[in-house]
Design a protein around this ligand. Structure first.
Ligand SMILES: [Zn+2]
Ligand SMILES: [Zn+2]
Length: 213
């Protein structure tokens, strides 16, 4: 029987799956690939765990280029012949009810809000206290904040929740999000300036910048 050659998107998905499993052993990723008229895609789904930015730092190389909405055409700007690629590599991170609730409590305390979570809904939703903030709805800020939190221990890779100050698994301090580059950084590699935490390299850049300002 003739063996069917695996599509390039299936090969890309396999490489991505393998890498994510090694890099984030405690997070479950669902990596699927498909072909359709006019293209193909790899879809990556997971709940909590690393940020989309962190995952994309690895998966970005598997995408040929980008769709330019202005010109209505796909531009092949990242074509490589050393790895299998796909036209679209999508990352879709979901958040657990526990992570969502944690973030609501953090924002309520930080901003003096009174958002109430629906405890019975099957999905994350606010039943009371939502309001305009001058920058959209308060409830939108929950997701805007959640996507910047890396819910992965930088030491043992176990899953964490937004309100955890220490990893429930190994006790290491949970990563801090750099105010400038938004990269999750181990607390010991950050420094504070004007009430914000920065990763070491952004801190140095900012210090130099403020010195000439
Ligand atoms: Zn840990
Ligand atoms: Zn930084």
């Amino acid at each position: 029987m003739a063996k069917r050659e695996r599509s390039t998107q299936a090969k890309a998905a396999a490489m991505i799956r393998k890498h994510l499993k090694t890099e984030y052993p405690h997070t479950t990723f669902k990596v699927t690939s498909r072909g359709f008229a006019g293209g193909d895609s790899v879809d990556i789904r997971w709940t909590d765990g690393p940020t989309t930015k962190e995952v994309q730092a690895f998966t970005g190389q598997f995408q040929y280029g980008n769709f330019d909405g202005m010109q209505d055409l796909y531009e092949y700007t990242n074509t490589r012949d050393d790895i299998p690629q796909s036209k679209y590599v999508h990352c879709q991170q979901g958040h657990s009810a526990a992570a969502y609730r944690d973030m609501v409590s953090i924002l309520n305390e930080l901003r003096n809000w009174n958002l109430q979570v629906d405890e019975n809904a099957g999905y994350n939703t606010i039943v009371d206290g939502d309001h305009h903030t001058g920058n959209g709805w308060a409830s939108q800020e929950i997701y805007r904040s959640l996507i910047t939190y890396s819910l992965i221990c930088t030491e043992c890779k176990a899953g964490t929740l937004p309100a955890d100050k220490f990893c429930p698994q190994c006790g290491a301090p949970t990563p801090v999000t750099c105010h400038l580059c938004e990269q999750p950084t181990p607390a010991r590699d950050t420094a504070e300036m004007y009430g914000h935490r920065y990763c070491t390299s952004c801190y140095l850049t900012e210090v130099e910048y403020s010195a000439i300002r």
